[in-house]
Design a protein around this ligand. Structure first.
Ligand SMILES: [Zn+2]
Length: 104
């Protein structure tokens, strides 16, 4: 049971720890897709046309993986920015945007 918002008393609060994990996952997926898409469809040929097509796919996977890591880091930073200082469980109110911690 989440605590009510300290500012507006709303019960519509989300756990920032959960949001952080979701942010990392979403960022990683977005980064992976973006990296893979860019290297498969982007301008400039990384691999000569005489090479096996698998080379291009491998390059896309590599780019996607590094993009996923960067995306996860970005998602992590975005949510960390919302974290209030202090101890306890971090919560974010969806009613007024107030972030607070609950020691309960
Ligand atoms: Zn609130």
């Amino acid at each position: 049971m989440p605590p009510p918002c300290m500012r507006c008393d709303s019960q519509r609060v989300i756990n920032l720890e959960t949001a952080r994990k979701l942010g990392i996952a979403a960022g990683a997926v977005a980064g992976t897709l973006k990296g893979a898409y860019a290297s498969l469809h982007g301008p400039g040929r990384l691999i000569p046309t005489t090479a096996f097509p698998i080379g291009r796919v491998a390059a896309a996977v590599m780019a996607g993986t590094s993009g996923g890591i960067a995306g996860a880091a970005a998602g992590h930073r975005v949510v960390l920015h919302l974290f209030p200082a202090g101890e306890g469980t971090p919560w974010l109110c969806l009613g007024c945007g107030h972030a607070f911690r609950d020691l309960g």
